[in-house]
Ligand binder design. Structure first.
Ligand code: BEZ
Ligand code: FE
Length: 287
């Protein structure tokens, strides 16, 4: 095909996919071409703007390494991550809702016994958390793995503190007992900004957006025969619950964080959190 113009170029590119042997890949690339072309036509993208976009994506790629994933941050801040979660995580009524994974999970968090102090020296008010894991009928799930991670009082994860090296803190993996329960001690989470020292930070400034996430603790809960749950518990009140920079807040995920000026659990003030996670059964093969 010759003499391609702004009207027929989309069909011309899509026709080159005719021999694609993978039908799902063909569907995805074809739709991507359609939407990209429609976007360029809709905003009447100039060549200068196209170049700015290329430079932005190049800088995003250069910012990535094994500790920093700027493309995921871009996806998160444009709502693409949460849209993907919403599309893929429909669960039976009553099952706990999922939210964004975020970039700060590590695979080698310490495995700890119930009652452990996960803080490991991280600064913050003491948090006592009691967790229960059940199925949609309320039956206890024994042996479920509860992987917890969170930022400290200064809004930083351990992996964001170069001075800690490979030392892990404010994270840990617990296992539920025969009653589906476990408990741990940690610190009260605070709101924090997503990393803003890269191109995504520049994009947020340029578009008049704030970089804040409301205070939360991350949980990854898994058990054989159940769908793995990746979620958070958010603390209320928090000024960013309605404007989370990554669109991850769901009302059902507001945790019962209760502050105590004094009480039997510690010498000074502390906060308690009790939560029941409801896991959905695994989907049958091919569903
Ligand atoms: C987080 O909650 O850890 C997070 C999620 C998305 C982007 C940045 C951080
Ligand atoms: Fe987080």
């Amino acid at each position: 095909m010759r003499n391609i113009d702004e009207h027929n170029i989309t069909a011309a590119v899509q026709a080159r996919l005719d021999a694609c042997p993978n039908p799902r890949l063909k569907e995805i690339v074809s739709a991507l071409v359609q939407h990209l072309h429609d976007f360029v036509r809709e905003v009447r993208l100039t060549e200068d703007e196209w170049m700015r976009g290329i430079e932005f994506l190049t800088a995003t790629g250069r910012m990535c390494d094994d500790k920093r994933q700027e493309f995921i941050l871009l996806s998160d801040t444009l709502g693409v991550s949460m849209l993907t979660v919403a599309l893929n995580q429909s669960r039976p009524p009553g099952a706990t809702e999922a939210t964004v994974f975020g970039p700060f999970h590590v695979d080698d968090a310490p495995r700890v016994d119930a009652g452990a102090d996960l803080a490991g020296g991280a600064p913050g008010e003491t948090l006592f958390a009691e967790i229960e894991v059940v199925d949609p009928d309320g039956n206890a799930i024994a042996g479920a793995e509860v992987d917890v991670w969170q930022a400290d009082e200064e809004g930083l994860y351990d992996v964001q503190r170069p001075e800690l090296g490979d030392q892990r803190r404010a994270r840990g993996v617990l296992v539920t007992d025969a009653r589906g329960r476990t408990h741990f001690r940690s610190i009260v989470p605070t709101a924090y900004p997503v990393p803003t020292d890269g191109p995504v930070g520049k994009m947020l400034v340029a578009t008049g957006r704030h970089p804040w996430r409301p205070a939360h603790v991350h949980f990854l809960v898994r058990a054989p025969g159940y769908r793995t749950l990746i979620t958070h518990l958010f603390r209320d009140p928090d000024p960013y619950l309605d404007s989370d920079v990554v669109f991850g807040v769901r009302s059902s995920l507001i945790g019962r964080f209760e502050h105590h000026d004094r009480g039997p659990l510690a010498d000074g003030p502390y906060t308690t959190l009790r939560h029941r996670f409801v896991l959905a059964p695994e989907l049958p093969e091919g569903a």
